[in-house]
Design a protein around this ligand. Structure first.
Ligand code: AMP
Ligand code: MG
Length: 489
């Protein structure tokens, strides 16, 4: 047996928080991949997970002892419009396990069949999007970004109907929890203040125990989520990540990134980059992510209003105060991170402007975001060739580099130490969209998982030079450009 030791705290909440049901079995489960390192960190046996008995569990055909399968209820604002009932329409939470680090984590099957929350959907997932979520979630984890994880992927031996018939698959997702802003909205929309309070208490216990003793614990919870989300979106932007569907049902309370649908990493730097084909108005463009997260957090604040103070005016003032904390928190995380990306270890007035000048130059000349920052490692050691080659007019870079070097003279670090620090924050390998699409296409169209496995391996060490794999660091050739990714649900 894989060794799941479940302790299902969410399933002990009142019955109106979820629906109890098992996954729907599939015809012919087959293993794509088990994430051995993650399995071990959760106290699971990877070999047992990969055995027929384990694969049956990962496909939803067999329920491991101690699991209490539920579909969680939630609501959400999607692209600004409110749906009072979304919920797990194609996912089942098997239960929670405690990792070796003592952290509680959800084990969820995604693509596991219809639930009472499925509406018109079939409850299933196609192989392509399952592999995309696997690749990007694991890449984000290796980049040090808070994220849900991929424990395993299996195919179902069934087809799912989208625009065409596609192979079906199930992803096993691991998360600090699956509680979203939309979970609060579900109860708030029903005027169920008791449930909002229970959920808030549950979130404090599970995610923010440090606020439990605060004078106003619900306000402290809101402030903690605001801080976690401000930090998260800054970290996304510092590696060029665009989430693509930042709806309130995709905004976690834990501060982990969730739901890798139409997400993408930027190649050439342009703050207006949009990837989602359903994002007609650029609502979720790269540079628009901070205000969108803040908007989502305002929806959370609305749900918590009755808990913040007896008096309506006082509650509103407290909520506003907490939301006001978002901008400075984000700015601080972004500015600090940006200065580290240009190798500064001390802080001076003008540092942010210096870093911003590099971004402006990159935007004007469409320089690659990831490679430009990575090239500063060589530049720190006196070799500007790689950096200059990324700019159509290298003179602009030369001017900037001269200003940069003047500033570096006032730093303590040796060039070697600076280069090492730059390498530790500026990755060489990100899940480039064209590489992800190529890996998905090989698997879906030809049953060839080689590119998927290779890509995962490259992305597991994003900050290391990997001789022979330089091509994985490169932006697409014009013919390889993927203009947008599709929800592909
Ligand atoms: P997502 O776009 O994945 O964040 O999902 C938004 C909502 O649609 C959630 O309530 C999902 O459970 C639901 N959903 C998405 N795809 C399906 C599907 N194939 N079957 C049933 N529900 C779905
Ligand atoms: Mg979602």
């Amino acid at each position: 047996m894989p060794g799941f030791v479940f302790d299902n705290s969410y399933a002990r909440l009142p019955e109106r928080f979820f629906a109890r049901l098992n996954p729907t079995p599939v015809r012919a489960p087959a293993l794509v991949r088990v994430n051995a390192a993650l399995a071990e960190s959760l106290g699971l046996d990877p070999a047992a997970l990969a055995s027929p008995e384990g694969v049956a569990i990962l496909a939803g055909n067999s329920i491991p002892p101690g699991a209490e399968p539920i579909a969680q209820a939630y609501a959400g604002h999607q692209f600004g419009g409110f749906s009072p009932q979304l919920g797990d329409g194609r996912a089942i939470l098997l239960g929670e396990v405690l990792g070796r680090d003592g952290q509680r984590r959800d084990i969820q099957l995604k693509g596991s069949g219809p639930t009472p929350f499925s509406r018109q959907g079939d409850g299933r997932a196609a192989l392509g999007p399952v592999l995309r979520e696997y690749i990007v979630a694991e890449a984000m984890a290796a980049l040090g970004i808070p994220t849900t994880r991929a424990l395993a992927a299996v195919t179902t031996g069934e087809t799912v109907r989208r625009e065409t018939a596609l192979p079906g698959a199930v992803l096993t997702r691991v998360a600090a929890s699956h509680i979203r802003v939309g979970t609060f909205q579900y109860f708030a929309a029903r005027g169920d203040e008791e449930a909002v309070r229970l959920l808030a208490d549950y979130c404090i216990d599970r995610h923010y125990p440090q606020v439990a003793a605060a004078p106003n614990r619900y306000l402290a919870l809101l402030e903690a989520v605001v801080a976690a989300q401000a930090d998260l979106v800054a970290r996304w932007m510092l590696i060029g990540f665009i989430h693509g569907v930042m709806n309130t049902d995709n905004t976690t309370i834990s501060g982990e990134t969730i739901d890798y649908g139409p997400c993408a990493f930027m190649d050439a730097y342009d703050p207006a980059t949009v990837f989602s084909s359903i994002d007609y108005y650029g609502r979720y463009a790269y540079g628009n992510q901070p205000p969108v997260v803040q908007w989502n957090l305002a929806r959370l604040a609305e749900c918590l209003l009755p808990l913040l103070a007896e008096d309506d005016e006082a509650a509103l003032a407290a909520a506003r105060q907490a939301l006001t904390g978002f901008a400075p928190r984000f700015e601080d995380a972004w500015n600090t991170g940006l200065c580290r990306k240009i190798g500064l270890s001390s802080a001076e007035e003008g540092d942010v402007a210096l870093a911003q000048a590099l971004l402006d130059l990159m935007a004007a000349q469409k320089a690659d975001f990831t490679l430009t920052f990575r090239a500063l490692c060589g530049a720190a050691l006196g070799d500007d060739a790689a950096a200059r080659a990324l700019f159509s007019d290298p003179a602009g870079y030369d001017d900037w580099a001269a200003r940069w070097r003047q500033r570096l003279e006032r730093e303590q670090a040796t060039p070697e130490a600076r280069a090492a620090a730059l390498r530790a924050v500026n990755p060489l390998f990100i899940p480039r969209n064209h590489r992800v699409e190529a890996a998905l296409n090989a698997a879906v169209s030809f049953g060839d998982y080689g590119p998927f496995e290779t890509l995962l391996d490259v992305l597991s060490r994003p900050f290391e030079d990997q001789p022979g794999r330089e091509s994985f660091s490169l932006p697409p050739e014009p013919a390889e450009m993927v203009q947008q990714t599709f929800c592909g649900t």
